[in-house]
Design a protein. Structure first.
Length: 465
């Protein structure tokens, strides 16, 4: 059986399914091939379920530490119920995506897919012929070369999001986004968490000033510890239960005991189903240009399977989705390109960490002495104090006499929401004066960006100059 389409997409994650919806909305005839559930890792075993659990842990933390607000609560986390709620959120989103695909007349083929030519994807017994194909095969958990790691069967993001009991002691290997977020979740609900990071600091690529504040805040909760310069050399799952993780820390061998171990060392591109397509490869996956074109005419690639397109690029769902839209627009004849210079990143710990644009160091390397870093602490925010969440700050990076905004970094409550205004400011090349001239509602957390802009132009109001 052979069907003909304008666009065929291999992989239904946040890149693939958004590309399908976008193409369907534009009137293209589209086939989406996905062997599992639409939404991919992000919706089913990543971004969405982890945030549902982090909201549970934060609610528990705030409830059990609310005496200062005059609220006295006691209780415990019902982990199976929290997991059930997480599953309900996932099911609702997956169902919604499937309904949208149907409404836009996208044919969803639930089968193992293989790209057999630039114009054909084999999906089970069906041969899908298309004028253009998009590879959106995602990524897989990275398994570092550590003695005994495979036999120890460490938790990955899937396992960590499916536990039925709270481990008393949890060891996390890797202080990247996954390790920090899931470590923070379990620490908030009662686990003693130790995060081992081989680099000098966690969350490589993030603003070092705010990372230090974040670690201080997380460790201040009492059940979270980050050990840096820790090269893990061996993992052993004990016969009597528990695990032992051996690491070289500052040149000295140490053993960390726990009930379980979580692998938070990141992910690697996956080409499952597209291995034989002859696509040119970069250091981190399929090589693409700024229109998502591969080395093979008529074949496009998006999302985690693609090569790094800008320095220190993380694997991000919103990047994959945008790449999907760009690929579709290119296929349909539009002059659209990817702009990697204004991509927000978020770490959903409590407090949160979010960034967009250049770091202070990057800005100084490019612009030299014209760079200014202006800070406003959340402890000076009335809204943050009222929320009982005053850790952290907003850091504004500006350039030149007009104080053009080239980077914004936020560590504090709801940083994931605050970064949206900052992203728009960087994209539009707004200045600190533009932010100051924009009236912000009071009291809000969003005011902190304006307060940092006031610092930048020398007119600080709620902090000393």
């Amino acid at each position: 059986m052979t069907d003909r389409y304008d666009i065929a997409i291999l992989g239904g994650g946040p890149g693939g399914y958004v590309a399908a919806l976008h193409a369907g909305a534009r009137g293209a005839k589209v086939a989406l091939v996905e062997k599992a559930r639409v939404g991919g890792v992000c919706v089913t075993v990543g971004c969405i379920p982890s945030k549902a659990l982090l909201d549970t842990s934060h609610a528990y933390w705030m409830g059990t530490h609310a005496a200062v607000s005059g609220v006295h609560l006691s209780g415990e986390v019902d982990l199976p119920k929290a997991m059930a709620r997480k599953d309900q959120v996932v099911d609702q989103l997956v169902g919604g995506i499937e309904q949208l695909l149907k409404a836009r007349k996208v044919d969803l083929l639930k089968a193992e897919g293989e790209l057999v030519s630039p114009t054909e994807i084999r999906a089970g017994e069906t041969s899908v012929q298309a004028s253009a194909t998009i590879v959106a095969t995602g990524s897989a958990v990275a398994l570092p070369p550590i003695q005994g790691i495979a036999d120890a069967k460490p938790l990955d993001n899937v396992g960590a999001l499916s536990l039925r009991e709270i481990p008393k002691r949890l060891i996390v290997i890797g202080a990247g986004v996954i390790g920090m977020e899931l470590g923070a979740f379990y620490s908030e609900i009662g686990s003693d968490v130790t995060v081992l990071e081989m680099l000098p600091a966690p969350l490589a690529g993030s603003d070092p000033d705010l990372v230090r504040l974040l670690v201080k805040a997380l460790e201040g909760h009492g059940r979270f510890k980050v050990v840096v310069n820790a090269k893990v050399t061996a993992v052993e799952r004990r016969k009597g239960g528990g695990v032992a993780v051996t690491a070289e820390v500052e040149g000295k061998v140490q053993t960390f005991e726990g009930d379980d171990v979580l692998l938070g060392a990141g992910r690697v591109p996956s080409l499952t189903g597209a291995e034989k397509a002859g696509l040119a490869m970069g250091k981190r996956g399929v090589q693409v240009d700024d229109r998502m074109r591969t080395s093979v005419s008529g074949v496009y690639a998006i999302g985690d399977c693609t090569a790094a397109s800008f320095e220190n690029r993380a694997m991000l769902a919103h990047v994959a989705s945008t790449q999907g839209e760009v690929a579709v627009d290119t296929i349909l004849g539009d002059d659209t390109t990817m702009d990697y210079g204004v991509v927000p990143t978020v770490v959903y710990t409590h407090p949160e960490l979010a960034s967009v644009g250049m770091s202070e160091a990057q800005a100084k390397e490019r612009y030299g002495a014209d760079v200014k870093a202006s800070r406003f602490p959340f402890r000076a925010s009335g809204r943050a104090l009222a929320l009982g969440e005053s850790d952290g700050m907003v850091k504004l990076i500006t350039v030149g006499k007009d104080q053009r905004i080239v980077g914004v970094h936020v560590m504090g409550p709801q940083a994931s929401e605050l970064i949206a205004e900052a992203t728009l400011a960087v994209r539009l090349e707004a200045t600190a004066y533009d932010i100051v001239a924009t009236i912000h509602a009071h009291p809000t957390l969003a005011e902190t960006l304006r307060e940092a802009a006031l610092v930048a132009i020398g007119r600080a109001v709620h902090v000393a100059r």
